[in-house]
Design a protein around this ligand. Structure first.
Ligand code: PLP
Length: 222
């Protein structure tokens, strides 16, 4: 299967309100260009340096999403161009993104990552931490970031009920933030679903799926 075919097939299955992030980490620019030439304009990377290198080399009408864990000291390298930061999991990181966004005279959109998986290893906030951040004076004072929604990763398992349960937790938390008007505008993005579980994620209310291997094939980390 070609990248173009994979991409068009996946796109044809997605409901209109669901945005596709093509996760291109580890893949060469030539393969990203195949997706670009097939119409894809949103790419997700999980390493800031790799994303910055690809940004330099590729057309400028691409939206670059940082989907990986972000180290505070690297924010400055993506601040000039990143469109959406999915994995924000602390107020400290939000403050740094705000600071670097200000230096670049921009507003950077962010998603707060919520821990929904059973695995200990996945990053993210719990509900209490989320509300603490959103209700803090510091958060309210940040003028150069905008939190657009929530992001989560389900447990890596074959158990569909488990995955469904975890995505539902994220959707309910999203609805709760909006219902209680915790911030003064509605959240609009729920980033959940990868190659193995995006159909379940969409059933559970995802508005943004992050798909890598089903488009580009398996990754080789060597
Ligand atoms: C790698 C990655 C994806 C894409 O994974 P696939 O299984 O290849 O679709 C999605 N989200 C995050 C956060 C990732 O790191």
């Amino acid at each position: 299967m070609s990248i173009e075919k994979n991409l068009l097939e996946i796109k044809s299955e997605l409901p209109e309100n669901v945005t596709l992030v093509a996760v291109s980490k580890t893949k060469p620019v030539s393969e990203l260009m195949e997706a670009y030439n097939a119409g894809q304009r949103i790419f997700g990377e999980n390493k800031i340096q790799e994303m910055a290198d690809k940004f330099e080399q590729m057309p400028k009408d691409i939206e670059w999403h940082m989907i990986g864990h972000v180290q505070t000291n690297k924010v400055k390298f993506m601040a000039p161009f990143v469109s959406l930061v999915h994995g924000v999991d602390s107020l400290k990181l939000l403050e740094e993104i705000d600071k670097q966004a200000q230096k670049n005279n921009r507003i950077i959109d962010c998603l707060l990552q919520i821990h929904i998986a059973e695995e200990e290893t996945k990053f993210g906030l719990d509900e209490i931490e989320l509300f603490e951040i959103l209700q803090s004076e510091t958060f309210k004072s940040l003028k150069n970031i905008q939190v657009k929604g929530l992001m989560g990763m389900a447990t890596f398992t074959e158990n569909e009920q488990q995955i469904k349960k975890e995505f539902t937790i994220l959707k309910q938390l999203f609805d709760k933030v909006n219902a209680l008007s915790i911030i003064n505008y509605p959240l609009s993005i729920i980033s959940m679903g990868m190659s193995g579980d995006y159909k379940i994620a969409i059933d559970c209310g995802s508005t943004m799926v992050r798909i890598g291997s089903s488009i580009f094939g398996n990754r080789n980390y060597n």
